[in-house]
Design a protein around this ligand. Structure first.
Ligand SMILES: C[S@@+](CC[C@H](N)C(=O)[O-])C[C@H]1O[C@@H](n2cnc3c(N)ncnc32)[C@H](O)[C@@H]1O
Length: 249
């Protein structure tokens, strides 16, 4: 068998004599009789499996399932360095007493990086409860909230000194509309730091939205990093930038 990542639907288990060969050989394949996808142990395929989610509820379920192994996969197989990189940018602009929202906190790698830099007042927000449970176990967040980027965020206007969002503004995850609420919940003169894949910036309406908000004087760009490889081990061809915006109102 393919190991612990294989989620075998109950009906398939009942018919195991018929289907066991299919289960062994396919990666993230659809089971024809049930229409369900099964997850493979192959790490790249796990990422594709998550990214192929059709809606937020499926995305949340898949992250729930991935949560326990996410940290190990990301560090061992991909060398995920974006949390530390983005945290470094936030720390250039905010002092360590600042109230910071980690939007799409996942298992808390960004919170961990900020905590190592001395930040204490951290709130984690994510759509996946499974990921938030992992984040909670790191003991670096004062508060953890299940919410969805792109929808209303249940925080008062101007509540946070800064927002950080790493690996979340991307295909099938949070879209450019998410920025409206992130700006609302950030204090005027506060900072919003996020990572964005360089091609997604041009393809998914991010550039248009970011420019439009600057034209409307909602925020101004303060800093944009050089392109860097956030996944140098597993996907060295992927390039991201860190963007830093200052909220104007
Ligand atoms: C690639 S992980 C990044 C997690 C963490 N920031 C990191 O750097 O390791 C993406 C996270 O965004 C969350 N996410 C995706 N779409 C979201 C949305 N619309 N609202 C809130 N969280 C979302 C997922 O549940 C997942 O935890």
């Amino acid at each position: 068998m393919n190991g612990k990542w294989l989620k075998v639907p109950e009906r398939l288990a009942e018919m195991k004599n018929v289907h066991v060969a299919v289960v062994i050989n396919l990666k993230n394949a659809m089971v024809p009789e049930t229409g369900e996808f099964i997850m493979d142990t192959n790490n790249e395929d796990r990422v594709k499996w998550v990214y192929s989610s059709k809606n937020n509820s499926e995305l949340s379920e898949r992250y729930d399932e991935w949560a326990k192994d996410y940290d190990n996969d990301l560090s061992e197989f991909f060398g995920w360095i974006a949390p530390q990189t983005a945290a470094g940018y936030l720390a250039k602009h905010l002092d360590t007493q600042s109230e910071v929202l980690d939007a799409g906190a996942g298992t808390g790698l960004v919170g961990q990086a900020l905590s190592e830099l001395g930040f204490k007042n951290l709130t984690a927000m994510d759509l996946s409860m499974g990921m938030l449970k992992e984040a909670e176990s790191k003991n670096v967040y004062q508060k953890l909230d299940q919410m969805v980027l792109g929808e209303f965020l249940d925080y008062p206007a101007g509540y946070f000194d800064g927002v950080i969002s790493v690996g979340v503004m991307t295909n099938g995850h949070a879209g450019p509309r998410s920025f409206d609420e992130l700006v609302r919940v950030t204090k005027p003169q506060g900072f919003i730091v996020f990572t964005l894949k360089t091609d997604i910036y041009f393809e998914n309406g991010f550039k248009e939205k970011m420019d439009e908000m600057e034209k409307d004087q909602m925020w101004k760009v303060v800093e944009m990093s050089d392109e860097f490889q956030p996944l140098p081990i597993g996907e060295p061809e992927v390039l991201h930038r860190v963007w830093v915006y200052q909220v104007l109102r």
